[in-house]
Design a binder for this molecule. Structure first.
Ligand code: SF4
Length: 184
């Protein structure tokens, strides 16, 4: 198996790479996340991953650029349904790169997150795999999420405060505001 592993950020990559290596699979990392805004946040997450990948000898391909406009164009006003579009964008990029560059399989570190819609991601990943003629390797990494977060903290890695898009950044503050209001 030649596996291309789409990576959303360094903290999420920790346990995915570790458990895949324990299975005898040596992944190649792939960064393409046009959903991360604003640019400073995008750059910090990418740089953190580049440094972390080097520290664990993980080959890493930078497959995309900052993509605020690409992301907004694809979402096209469907703010509530945006996560499926977001999964599709990233998985299609990974599947296409995998197909063009001799990888047999692809997967994603997004499958470690208990905050993502696992079934919806699986559906999007399988569709992307079928479209580009590669195999999607499904792993439910969620049981390792806390361990990965603890290790990221211990390593002093940058830990993001929101999922990625400008809407999730807004929701972060809305949730905090609602909590405060409920306490009054
Ligand atoms: S909340 Fe997260 S998964 Fe959903 S669109 Fe925003 S960045 Fe993508």
């Amino acid at each position: 198996m030649k596996l291309l592993l789409h990576i959303c950020c360094a903290p999420c990559a920790i346990m995915c790479v570790k458990t895949l290596r324990e299975e005898g699979i040596e992944p190649v990392g792939y960064w393409d996340n046009p959903n991360i805004h604003p640019y400073t946040e995008y750059r910090t997450r990418r740089q953190t991953l580049e440094e972390y990948a080097k520290s664990i000898s993980l080959p890493l391909i930078i497959g995309g650029k900052y993509g605020l406009r690409t992301f907004l164009d694809e979402v096209n006003g469907d703010y509530t349904g945006r996560c499926l579009t977001c999964y599709r964008l990233r998985f299609e990029s990974a599947a296409a790169y995998a197909a063009e560059n001799g990888f047999t399989h692809f997967s994603s570190t997004l499958f470690v997150s208990p905050y993502q819609n696992h079934e919806l991601m699986k559906q999007a990943a399988e569709e992307a795999a079928a479209k580009y003629g590669v195999t999607f390797l499904h792993r439910d990494f969620r049981p390792y999420f806390r361990e990965g977060q603890d290790e990221a903290r211990a390593l002093g890695l940058y830990m993001q405060k929101y999922c990625g898009c400008i809407f999730s950044e807004e929701e972060r503050y809305q949730k905090r505001k609602k909590k405060k209001e409920a306490q009054v």
